[in-house]
Design a protein around this ligand. Structure first.
Ligand SMILES: NC(=O)c1ccc[n+]([C@@H]2O[C@H](COP(=O)([O-])OP(=O)(O)OC[C@H]3O[C@@H](n4cnc5c(N)ncnc54)[C@H](OP(=O)(O)O)[C@@H]3O)[C@@H](O)[C@H]2O)c1
Length: 457
């Protein structure tokens, strides 16, 4: 059987089916970019995959899913059923039949490693490289995969990209874009990120993301041990401004109530530290790009925040988070959290997932405030003089509902970049920026127009 260009694994899930539909909606572009494009959808259950195929048929305007011509011509995906991530044989077989696995099966700390291994095993066994990307937002999983498999992946010529959904393409690729906007005569010093969720109604996310968050909070100890090991083997990214004892210009939030309540003048908003994976991914990108000796690469200091609409919203989040983090430390607490997701998240997560109306009403903005020293200023700055940056650029990455609308859009943009950019895509176990910084992913996103990066000041 011939290899397909890509395969969506977990295509029956809340996210996976939307990734498959997004691919279907871009089928002409995929054909234009890849000669003889073909694709597949994979999962455990044939009947559920057939249902996804039926919806894809409507999107691409194909009358018959059983017409093998439609599959051979790459209009419709081939179905690969019986693929269970606990069955390594089924995974290797699937990975051997495609050039790129798009993994939507989570929680990843529990279910992801076998898929990464299978992609590497399949590449070794067939002598034909299979690449991989996923939508994980789980820091421990990402850092562990980088530590365990990056040498093997690089040797085999495989690209494994984690966090290629809204965690963390808007921020990680946005950082590349923000640095570019400072201009060639500026040495970047620091970037502050503010993540804002907007909704005209009530926001809800699907249970699997909540389960991933519970697993993430519960694995804090393992995360820290793994991180120590990983970063002892990776170069540390220190901005030139910090090396020279200059200021990065980062705004310190004003704190009250013992530091619990914070207000940031740059974002004109209450903020709290960004506890999802973006800051860890940006840090990893920097170390990986330093390790790869990327030409003209300039590290930055990075700090991320959630922006909150009011003091009251901040206080409510603090109460829920404190309870959530406390319960995550105990098996009984985790069982409680997983049993009553809606109650313990104030309605933010549910086993039913969001309604279409809730999805339609939600959007996000990532604001990146980048600062740097002009080369002229740097030349005259005495070491330790604490001189602040003289150039600032503010970038906004805007998109629709992050989990199930923007994630498929940015994930498919990453997939397109992997398939069409050949050797410009770096090899190894990587973050989006470390893998794709030489590709046209920013152009792809901006031309598509649904998740955009723009300089606003
Ligand atoms: N990074 C982001 O921005 C972002 C956005 C959205 C989602 N996510 C992540 O994506 C993951 C999936 O979320 P979701 O809401 O789509 O979850 P979901 O609706 O529960 O879907 C899970 C998918 O995984 C499959 N699966 C589960 N166990 C499997 C196994 N042993 N073997 C093969 N397939 C298996 C399921 O197949 P069945 O249908 O057979 O059960 C289903 O297709 C989560 O980790 C979530 O955090 C990330």
């Amino acid at each position: 059987m011939s290899r397909t260009h890509l395969c969506v694994l977990g295509a029956t899930g809340f996210t996976g089916k939307r990734v498959a539909y997004e691919l279907a909606s871009q089928i002409s572009t995929l054909h234009a970019e890849n000669k003889g494009f073909t694709w597949s959808i994979a999962g455990r259950r044939a009947s559920a995959l057939e249902e996804v195929l039926a919806q894809i048929m409507k999107i691409v305007g194909a009358a018959d899913g059983k017409d093998s011509d439609n599959t051979e011509k790459g209009l419709l995906p081939r179905i690969i059923s019986g693929v269970d991530v606990t069955d390594v044989g089924s995974l290797v077989k699937m990975a051997s039949q495609t050039t790129l696995v798009l993994n939507c099966v989570g929680p990843f700390a529990e279910l992801g490693e076998n898929v990464v291994k299978a992609v590497l095993d399949a590449s070794e066994a067939t002598g034909q490289v299979t690449h991989y990307a996923d939508v994980t937002g789980e820091t421990y999983f990402i850092e562990r995969m980088v530590r365990l498999y990056r040498d093997r992946a690089a040797k085999l010529g495989c690209t494994i990209i984690h966090a290629a959904g809204v965690d963390s393409i808007p921020t990680d690729i946005g950082v590349l874009y923000a640095k570019m906007q400072l201009g060639a005569d500026v040495v970047p010093a620091g970037i502050e990120m503010g993540f804002t969720l907007q909704s005209e109604g009530r926001m809800t996310f699907n249970f699997a993301t909540y389960a991933s968050a519970v697993a993430g909070f519960a694995s804090r100890k393992e995360l820290s041990a793994n991180r120590k090991q990983l970063f002892s083997a990776l170069p540390r990214a220190t901005p030139l401004a910090v090396e020279k004892g200059l200021s990065t210009g980062a705004v310190k939030p004003k704190k009250s109530l013992g530091g619990l309540v914070q207000y940031h003048d740059g974002f004109h908003s209450h903020v709290m530290p960004f506890f999802f994976t973006d800051p860890a991914v940006v840090r990893m990108s920097q170390s990986l790009m330093l390790e790869a000796e990327v030409k003209d690469f300039q590290p930055i200091s990075f700090v991320g925040y959630f922006t909150l609409p009011s003091l009251l919203a901040q206080l409510v989040v603090i109460v829920f988070l404190t309870l959530f983090a406390g319960l995550c430390d105990f098996a009984f607490g985790r069982a409680l959290l997983l049993r009553y997701p809606s109650f313990f998240s104030g309605g933010l997560f549910s086993k039913q997932g969001p309604t279409q109306e809730q999805i339609d009403q939600t959007s996000f903005t990532v604001t990146l405030i980048a600062r740097g020293h002009s080369k002229a200023l740097l030349a005259g700055a005495a070491p330790g003089s604490k001189i602040g940056p003289d150039v600032t650029a503010t970038i906004k990455v805007r998109g629709p509902e992050p989990g199930y609308v923007a994630t498929p859009i940015v994930f498919v943009a990453a997939a397109r970049s992997i398939l069409k950019n050949g050797e410009a895509v770096n090899r190894g176990v990587l973050t989006p920026a470390a893998a794709l910084h030489r590709t046209d992913i920013i152009k792809v996103l901006n031309e598509d127009g649904r998740v955009t990066m723009k300089k606003v000041a």
